[in-house]
Write a protein that binds this ligand. Structure first.
Ligand code: ZN
Length: 427
């Protein structure tokens, strides 16, 4: 039986600290630094960075982060838990300000498959990063505003055509109220809150977030209500698994790889389809004294668990789910299989994760999407294609995926993390 330090309250704290992918990386980095990890920069040489003698490092590329623990490991096999840092949301346009019906507005654009109705009538804050002109080049700062400065009002029911709700146009219907015209401009306000001169802001990636705090809910505290559980549920469980695995003997380097841009296809400088993971893994092998042949041999023997949240069977829509494959909230981690490879799991990967769950002493649930509904995907097939790593797709059950507010089981937080820990450092 594995013990886990992951719990529902810790997940709530993690999510509330991490409104954007950049803040996820900052939260992970702060936690790792406090636990003795050292940050490496991609622009530095790693040959003399101590990788051969020290074990715990991480590297950040924009909204993506890779961390590893190689202490006490002689071989260079990798056990990798992957995930993604981004979540669907509403993001700020380049010329966001305009006036409509006498009100100052901020133009927003959906990112990924945001469930647009869930973003209406919420108090929204803003977070992301600013790129500043500086003496030596561009400088970046993170910004977050946790005051309710934006709000997307929905149409009054009396103004809808049939009182059954309206279908939302992503161009016209998700722009936010900023206030009345004549006050401070939106970007000036963001710069002010970031403590920088507005004239120095020459680039930005800004997005909105629901300000209601994450909470443990339900009659007996059995549930977690939070934004961004897809996929910060995995980011948190994977991080705790990496930290908890420190005392387990292992013959593999334990890796946590969290990528930005999964919700829009992973094709970017830092997405799962980029060179980030494979470059970092090769540099680890080289800096530990191996050569290119040793790296390729390492990759052939390594394995990746692609962690992403899974669909629990919805109590109001049980017919939307595959019969005989009920996925229970608080029923334990989920193994995801798709014959058309929307998930990367194969028999070998399934076996590795099933044994990890048995090692952790947690039940395993097996998910199959209905054949007559389009199945979502994960970073799993992408990293498998990019790296050749044997890969299995896993997750924890949740409801309301891609809503501004999602829900999962409180006890699944620890059981998911325990399974990932056993995967990272098998008995
Ligand atoms: Zn996801």
């Amino acid at each position: 039986m594995i013990t886990s330090t992951a719990d529902a309250t810790g997940l709530c704290r993690f999510v509330d600290a991490s409104p954007s992918p950049f803040h996820v990386c900052a939260t992970v980095a702060d936690t790792l630094r406090a636990a003795g990890w050292t940050e490496l920069r991609e622009t530095d040489g790693w040959a003399n960075a101590g990788l051969a003698s020290e074990g715990r490092f991480f590297v950040v590329r924009g909204g993506s982060v890779i961390a590893w623990d190689a202490r006490g490991v002689d071989s260079s096999l990798f056990r990798i838990v992957g995930g993604h840092t981004d979540s669907p949301n509403l993001r700020v346009k380049q010329h966001p300000e305009y006036i409509s019906a006498g009100l100052a507005m901020v133009g927003l654009e959906p990112y990924g498959g945001a469930w647009l109705n869930s973003w209406l009538d919420r108090d929204l804050g803003v977070s992301g990063r600013l790129a500043l002109r500086g003496e030596g080049g561009v400088r970046q700062v993170l910004v977050r505003i946790d005051d309710p400065i934006l709000r997307v009002p929905q149409l009054a029911i009396h103004l809808s055509e049939d009182r059954k709700g309206v279908s939302l146009d992503p161009q016209r219907h998700v722009n936010a109220l900023w206030g009345v015209p004549g006050g401070i401009g939106f970007l000036d306000a963001v710069a002010e809150r970031a403590g920088v001169a507005a004239d120095d802001v020459v680039g930005w990636e800004l997005m909105t977030h629901d300000l209601a705090p994450s909470a443990v809910v339900g009659a007996a505290g059995d549930l977690v209500s939070a934004p961004r559980l897809d996929n910060q549920g995995t980011c948190y469980a994977g991080l705790r698994a990496l930290l908890d695995a420190v005392d387990r003997p292992s013959d593999a380097i334990r890796v946590l790889a969290l990528f930005d841009h999964e919700e829009v296809g992973s094709n970017s400088d830092r997405g799962a389809a980029s060179d980030f993971l494979i470059t970092v893994l090769e540099r680890i092998v080289l800096a530990r004294g191996g050569d290119r042949d040793a790296f390729l041999a390492t990759m052939a023997g390594s394995v990746c668990a692609s962690g992403d949240m899974a669909h629990a069977t919805h109590p109001n829509y049980p017919e939307r789910h595959e019969p005989s494959h009920t996925i229970a909230v608080n029923g334990g981690p989920v193994l995801k299989v798709n014959q058309n490879l929307r998930y990367a799991s194969d028999a070998t990967g399934e076996a590795v994760f099933a044994m990890a769950c048995a090692d952790a002493g947690v039940p395993l649930q097996r998910y199959v999407h209905r054949a007559d509904l389009p199945c979502g995907s994960t970073i799993g097939p992408i990293t498998a294609t990019r790296t050749g790593l044997s890969t299995v797709d896993v997750g924890a059950p949740q409801l309301a995926m891609h809503s501004a507010r999602e829900v999962m089981g409180a006890s699944d937080v620890a059981s998911y993390s325990a399974a990932l820990q056993a995967f990272l450092a098998p008995a």
